[in-house]
Ligand binder design. Structure first.
Ligand SMILES: Cc1cc2nc3c(=O)[nH]c(=O)nc-3n(C[C@H](O)[C@H](O)[C@H](O)COP(=O)(O)OP(=O)(O)OC[C@H]3O[C@@H](n4cnc5c(N)ncnc54)[C@H](O)[C@@H]3O)c2cc1C
Ligand SMILES: O=C(O)[C@@H]1CCCC=N1
Length: 391
């Protein structure tokens, strides 16, 4: 039987991925008593936040993400200063697509509206500036110079160090097995029972497992992503000057393809597909789960046609999980029946860069303080006409 821990925490955060870590960081920074629980021993590579690199960008078609990114850049810089660790490399970002695509125009308008430095490149200019990229269908691009790479694993590590330095508590290797709603909320792990004034669930692809006994299922898909790394034919040819890119190539794939100069493995470039196959996070790496490699096949075609300086066969393939909502917008809200249970989920493969503000919002929801952002796009109730999320 689990022993009961006497302390009453201001908050318990379930899940030490990037969203849970940033949430716990905001609690600790505001001198609140916080306990961060993680089912696996840290660091681990079973969820969505591992690996060395993630894209950071302000270039979004949605005004609300671009707005949130302003503060995200500030908090990422603050974290670099507090930890004395470099977490961001300004490699620049190219959004590629067909000239007639509405999304490119919307992104440009959005960047202009927010005063973000950017530049439109026609096909000829792209060929001149980015000779590594071969544009087979006359694509054009929007360049955002503040885009670049976040050092993901390092970010997790420095956040966990800072949480502890600021008085927060992290218990890893402790899976949350039971949540008893109420005030205080009672949380039982595989080891102990804890109590807190509020509970924040940032459990990535495991979110619905935790929510089921709490009477709610969110319309989330958990997808296994094949993370592919491609070898340079000429060593060094995709070095410091190669940017991050995100592109729409509808003749090849219905979802975006993106890439970034790899930090993970020297001489290899990370090029991935923004979609995957449905998978239970506990079975992600089961040899018996027959992998559908259609995503890798279309990446091979993409690399062969658009990045001819890379070998068209991945040298390394790793795995990661997306937890995708129907509109690919996040879920940042209270449990509909239990006011002091807060949910941060559905980061849909683009949540890393936004985690500083996600953590702040989850902190504000839990402390019932004034909200810094309009949370309408992130409410649970947006799904109910679409999807019978059972309450
Ligand atoms: C291949 C790939 C590329 C990506 N690229 C980008 C990018 O370029 N830019 C970007 O901004 N974003 C990107 N993302 C998305 C981003 O990484 C995710 O949105 C983000 O990591 C989600 O973090 P999370 O904390 O919600 O989930 P997770 O990292 O999965 O964390 C959830 C944690 O909860 C723990 N947990 C679950 N259940 C329990 C329990 N019962 N008890 C205790 N602990 C529990 C899990 O073990 C896990 O550690 C990418 C994602 C992937 C997979
Ligand atoms: O969030 C990002 O920038 C990346 C690239 C586009 C698709 C998802 N993740």
């Amino acid at each position: 039987m689990a022993t009961t821990h006497r302390e009453l925490y201001d908050a318990i955060v379930v899940g030490a991925g990037i969203q849970g870590c940033f949430t716990a960081y905001h609690f600790a920074k505001n001198k609140r008593k916080v306990l961060l629980l993680e089912q696996f021993f840290l660091p681990h590579s079973r969820g969505s936040s591992h690996g060395q690199s993630r894209i950071i960008r302000r270039a979004y078609p949605e005004n609300f993400y671009t707005k949130m990114m302003e503060e995200c850049y500030q908090i990422w810089a603050q974290l670099e200063n507090e930890s004395g660790t470099k977490l961001y490399r300004q490699a620049g970002l190219l959004i590629l697509g067909r000239k007639e695509e509405a999304e490119l125009r919307v992104i440009q308008d959005n960047l202009s509206k927010h005063g973000v430095e950017h530049k439109f490149f026609n096909t000829e200019e792209l060929k001149r500036y980015f000779s590594n990229i071969q544009l087979s269908r006359g694509e054009v691009g929007v360049w955002e110079s503040s885009g670049g790479v976040l050092f993901a694993d390092k970010a997790l590590r420095v956040l966990q160090d800072l949480i502890r330095q600021l008085g927060g508590v992290i218990h890893d290797g402790e899976k949350v097995a039971e949540i008893k709603p109420g005030f205080p909320v009672t949380v039982t792990t595989t080891i102990r029972t804890y109590q807190a004034k509020s509970l924040i669930i940032t459990a990535g692809p495991w979110t619905n497992q935790l929510l089921l006994p709490l009477g709610i299922q969110l319309p989330l898909q958990t997808l296994r992503i094949n993370v592919c790394y491609w070898k340079e034919k000429v060593p060094g040819s995709f070095g410091e000057n190669f940017p991050c890119f995100v592109g729409s190539f509808p003749h090849l794939a219905p979802h975006h393809i993106y890439g970034l100069p790899s930090r993970e493995y020297s001489g290899l470039v990370k090029v991935c597909y923004h979609h995957g196959n449905k998978a239970d996070p506990d079975e992600r790496d089961c040899p018996s789960a027959s992998p559908d490699l259609a995503d890798v096949q279309l990446l091979r075609s993409f690399v062969r046609d658009y990045l001819p300086g890379l070998q068209p066969e991945p040298s390394i393939m790793e795995r990661c999980m997306y937890t995708t909502s129907p509109d690919e917008n996040f879920i940042l809200d209270r449990h509909p029946k239990h006011n002091n249970i807060i949910i941060g989920a559905g980061f849909s493969g683009h949540g890393f860069k936004l985690s500083p503000v996600v953590g702040k919002i989850l902190y504000e929801l839990s402390m019932e303080s004034t909200l810094s952002y309009d949370l309408t796009p992130f409410q649970i109730r947006r799904f109910q006409p679409l999807d019978k999320a059972s309450l």
